[in-house]
Design a protein around this ligand. Structure first.
Ligand code: FE2
Ligand code: FE2
Length: 339
């Protein structure tokens, strides 16, 4: 990755709109509120807010953007090892001569999904500013919105100026974002964004920080992972204890939402869009991604964090556990000790 990317001179050649439908509109009915009780500024969410302010960084100046990335160029072993190595070897849908192309496409796909997920976090967390009742949650959410804006900026800049190609949003992620923007219960927005999407994003971002052998991606993902860990903390602190007081009808609405969103997110990791773009046998690719032991291990690693968070919140119901097992997102050991 030492030579100049095509388009680096003129990044307008590669605007994201070329490969992504430019606008998705979602109509919603929800209750916004103002709260005249400003609280005592002493609880855990206020201290998380304080941390957020101190941890602000600047995507334009705190990342070294100088390394060159040349999309499609042959990679050396060090650069190409890591995250994409699961397609090497027996049973792989990718022929040997296309391995290099696969690694680049996989990078572009992964970073594109990170970018779309960040925009989802930006907009759904902005909604929370309006709908959560407590002042500390409104203020924390507002500071998270600023973090998400920076995350969008960093990934969009990388795609636009370094890769020059991108992927549209994965249909599963798109469906979940649509659900969240139509949702009228604010705690369900937290569950979908701060628990499911950000829980998965934190794990995936940490793995990506070393998995692509690209110093710019390493810096971006390391900076972002630190922010995401605080955002998840915000979700967990906000929701802790809440479900103990709910009626069983209210709990079952949450369970249905979680079943649907875990299902949608599990579809995200079958790489359908990559197999399509490379004009490979899509069904063979999906079956491979579903059954390959390394891909299985990767999905389990990603969902581990989500399972841990749901367990902490008392939401890991038998039906959800069953879903994690049937969609190969966890091994039975993940639920050890649970009735
Ligand atoms: Fe983010
Ligand atoms: Fe976040």
């Amino acid at each position: 990755m030492t030579t100049e990317a095509p388009g680096e001179q003129d990044s307008t050649l590669f605007t994201l709109e070329k490969t992504t439908a430019s606008l998705m509109e979602v109509d919603a009915a929800f209750r916004a509120n103002l709260n005249w009780n400003y609280g005592e500024r002493k609880n855990r969410i206020w201290s998380l807010y304080e941390k957020n302010k101190n941890a602000q960084w600047n995507a334009a100046t705190d990342i070294d953007w100088t390394p060159k990335v040349r999309f499609g160029e042959p990679l050396n072993d060090a650069e190409s090892a890591g995250l994409a190595s699961f397609v090497v070897g027996e049973g792989s849908p990718v022929p040997k001569e296309l391995l290099n192309q696969f690694r680049w496409e996989y990078l572009a796909w992964m970073i594109s999904q990170f970018l779309h997920g960040e925009q989802g976090a930006l907009v759904t967390t902005a909604r929370l500013v309006e709908t959560v009742p407590d002042m500390e949650a409104k203020i924390y959410a507002a500071s998270q919105v600023a973090d998400e804006a920076r995350h969008v900026e960093a990934y969009a800049k990388y795609i636009d100026e370094k890769l020059g190609t991108s992927y549209p949003i994965n249909p599963g992620l798109k469906a979940l974002l649509r659900d969240l923007l139509q949702e009228s219960e604010w705690d369900i927005v937290y569950l979908g964004m701060q628990v499911i999407v950000e829980g998965l994003a934190l794990a995936a971002t940490r793995l990506a920080s070393t998995g692509f052998g690209d110093p710019i991606i390493t810096s971006i993902t390391r900076m972002i992972a630190r922010d995401e860990a605080r955002h998840i903390g915000f979700g967990v602190v906000s929701l802790t204890g809440m479900y103990d007081e709910m009626t069983s009808a209210e709990q079952s609405v949450r369970e249905d939402f979680l079943l649907e969103s875990v299902h949608l997110m599990s579809r995200r990791f079958l790489l359908r869009e990559v197999w399509e773009r490379m004009e490979l046998d899509v069904e063979r690719g999906v079956t491979f991604a579903m059954n390959d032991p390394m891909m299985f291990g990767y999905r389990q690693l990603l969902f581990q964090q989500v399972i841990h968070l749901l367990r902490q919140l008392g939401l890991l119901s038998p039906k959800l556990r069953e879903l994690f097992l049937s969609e190969s997102l966890a091994k039975p050991e993940a639920f050890r000790g649970m009735a």
